[in-house]
Write a protein that binds this ligand. Sequence first.
Ligand code: SF4
Ligand code: SF4
Length: 384
Amino acid sequence: MPDSETLTTIDPLEGSLGPHKVVHAFWLAGMSCDGCSIAAVGATQPSVESLVNGTIPGVPKVILHHPVLSVEAGEEFMHPYEQAVNGELDAPFVVIYEGSIADESIAASKGGYWAGMGAREVDGEMQPIPTSEWLKRLSENAAAVIAIGTCATWGGVPAALGNVTNAMGLMDFLPNDYRSTFGLPVVNIPGCAPVGDNFTETVAAVLLFLQGIGPLPEFDELGRPAWLYNETVHRGCTRAGFYEEGLFAEEYGDKECLVEIGCWGPVVQCNINKRGAINHVGGCMNTGAPCIGCTMPGFPDAFAPFYERPPGTFVSTTISKATGSIIRNLRNHTRFFNNRTRRWDEQGQVPNGWGNVREPNLIEKTMHYFYKKMQNSSSSSSKQ
Ligand code: SF4
Ligand code: SF4
């Protein structure tokens, strides 16, 4: 496990635990590409449909207010947001923010805005209301505030070095001591885009907690669901065996480990290789792409230039090339003998119409003899 302390103490709850029949979810978008929305609606475990239909046992039905997905438009769409701000909803609500938060004062100084939703009259003119303002106002009464995607969690691409918007994530935007009405700091689901299941599973876990049924899910010191983000990409990678045996891809399309063509997986916390991008399918290395660290607070600056070999890998790959060449040969030797039946050994040939299977030479037979001795001695000593 990466070194991280798990957050174990939460402020006393002010909100009232359930049961609640419904919970509203107010979606807001800042400096966003909408990729997180797409990732969320692709989730299957659980799906957004099962959350909004209330079909998960124990989890209250979610009434989703989403600027793209909702059927309502205009004032009809905005009305529940205003009710939530004014404390007029008869059910608890969570806020979900996608995209980073730009400094609206910079845009306002030029008479514009970065990200807005709804409008209000200013000096006789209708002006957009920044989504960051909605976030600030809604967060005061929210049961939970969830940042989805790396832009919302840490700032992401819009906050990269040289940006002109002073963009930031929710942790930086809300006060340091921010707590929801249920005592929760901002919940962070990073990824560009995140695994949709990571988001919906966390939402379901938080809702079970709000319902008074489940425990508070375990989050790490950066508010990430610990059970989803504590392991590195490398530990779940289908190519990790190649790394261990010192075999590395030289170009895209090769099947081996991608570290020498730019993979940061050994130091990046992400579960996409194990879980798949959607419905257990896809995931970066599974589809041939090196990890560029998109779940990490340092992304993108700490991982640029992309597709260049991370400098720290020289030591580890040199060692695994040296040890891997020996281990690989020993494994090939054992594999050769385990691909034979006892009958074929006794006959001294493989009766085979597919192709010639060579017989082991004297050195191989001798090595195998001692290998079996070791194998059997360990099993007989364990019986004693
Ligand atoms: S491709 Fe990346 S994550 Fe996979 S084994 Fe290689 S270094 Fe590790
Ligand atoms: S494997 Fe790397 S690049 Fe791919 S989603 Fe995870 S953190 Fe991002």
